[in-house]
Design a binder for this molecule. Structure first.
Ligand SMILES: O=P(O)(O)OC[C@H]1O[C@H](OP(=O)(O)OP(=O)(O)O)[C@H](O)[C@@H]1O
Ligand SMILES: Nc1ncnc2[nH]cnc12
Length: 170
């Protein structure tokens, strides 16, 4: 399926110069959303993922259905200050700002095979921070799956040897 046709590009959002890739136009199309998750599930099987981790918020709409499809667990990586239990936290930079992510200390078992899922790979700051948190808990990141990859920002370089799957490239 040509998933790119379902993405709406908004110029100058949220800041001048940013071409924002709007995934809501894909999400509202049932067959396209389902096909996208199915394709990422093939990758998740190939890398033998045991759990999916997704960064808030758009990582939830990719990671949660993927974990449901795979019948494996989902770990939310949340923006700082949202998690109720003991957590670890890391700061990071984005294409348009900065933020912090956190995860519960007991979210991942040591040695567990973790696939990270998100809607979009841009500078790689979010994924790099997510990897750092998972590895700090002893998890093994076996792959990273995205709907969209902005190749011109070279986020892949933050992933080292970790296998990457993206359905749409710009
Ligand atoms: O590769 P990067 O440069 O880190 O950018 C990609 C991240 O940016 C967006 O999230 P954002 O922080 O805007 O949050 P949201 O999902 O809550 O909208 C997107 O959903 C990715 O997680
Ligand atoms: N250009 C972009 N469009 C949508 N989400 C993003 N996250 C980071 N950069 C983005």
């Amino acid at each position: 399926m040509d998933f790119k046709q379902y993405i709406r590009v908004i110029p100058d959002f949220p800041q001048p110069g940013i071409r924002f890739k709007d995934i809501t136009t894909l999400l509202k199309d049932g067959p396209a959303y389902h096909a996208a998750i199915q394709e990422l599930a093939v990758f998740a099987q190939e890398v033998e993922a045991e759990v999916i981790a997704g960064p808030e918020a758009r990582g939830f709409v990719v990671g949660a259905p993927l974990s449901y499809e795979m019948k494996i667990g989902f770990v939310p990586i949340r923006k700082s200050g949202k998690l109720p239990y003991e957590s670890i936290k890391a700061d990071y930079n984005l294409e348009y700002g900065k933020d912090a992510l956190a995860v519960h200390v007991d979210a991942i078992q040591p040695g567990q095979r973790v696939l990270i899922a998100d809607d979009l790979l841009a500078t790689g700051g979010t994924i790099e921070t997510t990897i750092q948190l998972i590895e700090q808990l002893g998890g093994k990141v076996v792959g990273a799956a995205f709907l969209i990859e902005l190749g011109y920002l070279d986020g892949r370089s933050k992933l080292g040897n970790i296998p990457v799957k993206s359905l749409i490239q710009y």
